[in-house]
Design a protein around this ligand. Sequence first.
Ligand code: APR
Length: 231
Amino acid sequence: MTDKKPKLVVSTGAGISAESGISTFRDAGGLWEQYPVMDVASADGFERNPALVHRFYNERRVALGNARPNRAHEILHELEKYFDVYVITQNVDDLHERAGSTRVLHLHGELMKMRAVDDPGFIRPLEGYDATTSPDTVVEGHHMRPHIVFFQEAVPMFEPATELAAQADIFVIIGTSLAVYPAAALVRYVRPGVPVYYIDPHPDNAPAGVTVIKATATEGMAELERILLKR
Ligand code: APR
């Protein structure tokens, strides 16, 4: 009978991919300083100018092809030796998967997938980081769009994410400004008494009662690994 491993549930944001060279959104020079967010990442924007939205995600997919998982992604994978690790990410990159994490739940969609405009359940992989979509992309009669949750759209994976948070024996938040809901509310579903760690170099929005590790993701994950494995 193998001992049941404690459940380590991790909520990650753009900050965990920053050291892989992927832009965050709200840091100085971030994506929302470079692009009008409501034009490139909202339902209204997609309605107004779908070609612009397709182009925005095509550019981010190419950037992802030039990026590699960093030490923070790798440590998360390595912790699977000692914990049942569940990653809930707001990120649409595939760096957790490329680092070897086996349980990754994407709250805001995935750059490497596309889906039918008329059927959110019709999802297809995009082959290669240079794969592009446009308003003319049609698969089996369906016009396709990036498989991304735009602002003004529901977050269908939030409920399963809350169930994971509610089962956590340890909860970790890494590299998110906790500015966007419902993702930022996940910590509220963690059972009282369960340790919560928040790794971020600017932990301004730290929820009450969490242990803040004021560091980058790679430094913070190295510190967290020392804390957890000493347990
Ligand atoms: N290591 C760890 N965290 C970092 C690093 C780093 N090297 N560099 C920056 N950060 C932190 C910032 O301090 C900030 O708290 O990462 C966070 C990035 O915050 P945002 O840019 O707001 O990204 P995120 O919280 O993931 O945004 C949430 O908003 O635009 C939407 O859908 C988009 O998923 C995204 C959501």
